[in-house]
Design a protein around this ligand. Structure first.
Ligand SMILES: [Zn+2]
Ligand SMILES: [Zn+2]
Length: 141
């Protein structure tokens, strides 16, 4: 694996989470799923507080989701697909349903999470400037 580079906008994450990420990424076999969940939970907490920083953590969680997929030895494909919340997703997210990227492209473009997402759990969000993108990456088998 290439040397880990923090490419996503991680300037906001608090020191503890950054520390956990950095320590974990220095291990031989980082637990990407745990890092994904750590960032996801933090994103959700901030989202509930209507804190814009949630997006950075949601972004990081998608980054680790991609890292995990790219680390799976049994996959013989280097492609990933966006899976949205279908009918429950907002119009911005809905356009991405089923879009396939190479993993390299996905890292480069990071099309999800969608910053302009307007929905939360299928409802139009009460806070028009802050949404909860439920799109995720799945490997293309
Ligand atoms: Zn959306
Ligand atoms: Zn979305």
């Amino acid at each position: 694996m290439n040397e880990f580079e923090i490419k996503f906008p991680l300037e906001i994450p608090d020191d503890m989470i950054r520390f956990v990420i950095e320590v974990e990424m220095q291990t031989k076999d980082p637990h990407f799923h745990e890092l994904h969940m750590l960032c996801f939970q933090q994103a959700y907490e901030l989202f509930e507080q209507e804190n814009d920083a949630h997006f950075t953590y949601l972004y990081a969680s998608k980054f680790f989701q991609l890292m995990r997929i790219s680390s799976l030895d049994y996959l013989h494909s280097n492609k990933v697909e966006i899976v949205t919340a279908r009918n429950e997703s907002c119009k911005h997210c809905r356009e991405l349903q089923g879009k396939v990227f190479t993993i390299e492209q996905a890292f480069k473009e990071m099309p999800i999470p969608v910053k302009s997402c307007t929905k939360f759990c299928g409802q139009e969000n009460a806070h028009p400037d802050i949404g909860w993108c439920r799109c995720l990456w799945e490997p293309v088998l």
